[in-house]
Ligand binder design. Structure first.
Ligand SMILES: O=C(O)CCC(=O)C(=O)O
Length: 278
């Protein structure tokens, strides 16, 4: 009875909890909320830094149910180049601790996968449940650990305003098993919290039946030798790359992974040297 209850809930822990205990909860349920991870002042700074891009984002008013992305949503990618505060959040201690535990044994270094600000507006429908690792169908199931996703709550997330839907426990499912409605749980968390889920966990954006926009920032990490979902080589051009710390330069993937990724470009060579020196 207790196990069934645990499977139907997203574990929620504070950021002062020991990283091993955080990862144990994440690995067990396939998802985890960590509260009080980001001061509200930083949430507001992210909003300000991305306001121009979010205002300019195209909002599809006429929803097409066949589309992966629901209408009445705003999506802005390329966040490393757009927001200094997002750069800090990418390097957040808790994310790095969890990503190292989930991915570190299978690569020389982890990397950033996609970055996006996702805002779900009033009237938006639910998104189809999916797994981040669906982009890598070439691995037989069960797939190795490939991806860790995080969703930072910039506004409060509720069951009514499009809080991300998760299927706790679905990271252990095989084949075509579909989630029953009773197995789907909305992440409800105050602004400043962060939701983590594994690449094998079913999830999707929730429907927004409220009057306000839900605002989240998704930052995903993957094994350092996988093709990144977002093309960071183009989205972080050399002039931006030169302004990043070595740790962030390494995360964007502009550093060789073993023998992979050599280049004649001065910028890439300088980054390799800077990272080697740390
Ligand atoms: O917006 C969300 O809560 C989830 C978004 C998502 O999973 C996606 O866009 O692939």
């Amino acid at each position: 009875m207790q196990a069934a209850h645990a499977r139907n809930a997203i574990p929620t822990l504070g950021r002062d909890v020991d990283p091993d205990a955080l990862y144990a909860a994440l690995a067990d349920a396939g998802c985890l909320v960590v509260t009080d991870a980001l001061p509200l002042a930083q949430c507001r700074r992210i909003e300000r830094e991305l306001a121009g891009a979010m205002d300019a984002a195209r909002v599809v008013e006429q929803d097409d149910p066949a589309q992966f992305y629901a209408g009445r949503t705003r999506r802005v990618t390329g966040l490393v180049s757009r927001s200094e505060t997002v750069r800090e959040v990418i390097l957040h201690d808790v994310s790095r601790e969890l990503a190292e535990r989930h991915l570190g044994a299978h690569c020389e270094r982890i990397q950033l996968h996609p970055t996006a600000a996702l805002s779900i507006g009033p009237g938006a429908r639910v998104q189809e449940l999916h797994r981040e690792e669906d982009l890598f169908p070439f691995f037989p199931e069960p797939r190795p650990n490939l991806i860790l996703a995080s969703m930072w709550a910039i506004s409060d997330f509720t069951a009514d305003n499009g809080g991300t839907l998760l299927v706790p426990g679905s990271h252990t499912w095989r084949g075509e098993r579909q989630a029953l409605p009773s197995e789907v749980v909305a992440a409800q968390m105050p602004a400043g919290s962060v939701l983590y889920w594994l690449g094998s966990t079913l999830h999707g954006g929730g429907a927004n039946i409220s009057n306000s926009w839900r605002y989240g920032v998704i930052l995903t990490y993957s094994l350092g030798w996988l093709r990144q979902e977002e093309n960071q080589y183009l989205d972080v051009p050399p002039e931006v790359l030169a302004t990043l710390t070595p740790a962030l330069q390494a995360l964007t993937g502009h550093v060789m992974h073993g023998g992979l990724g050599f280049s004649v470009a001065d910028a890439a060579a300088a980054v390799d040297a800077a990272v080697d020196a740390t």
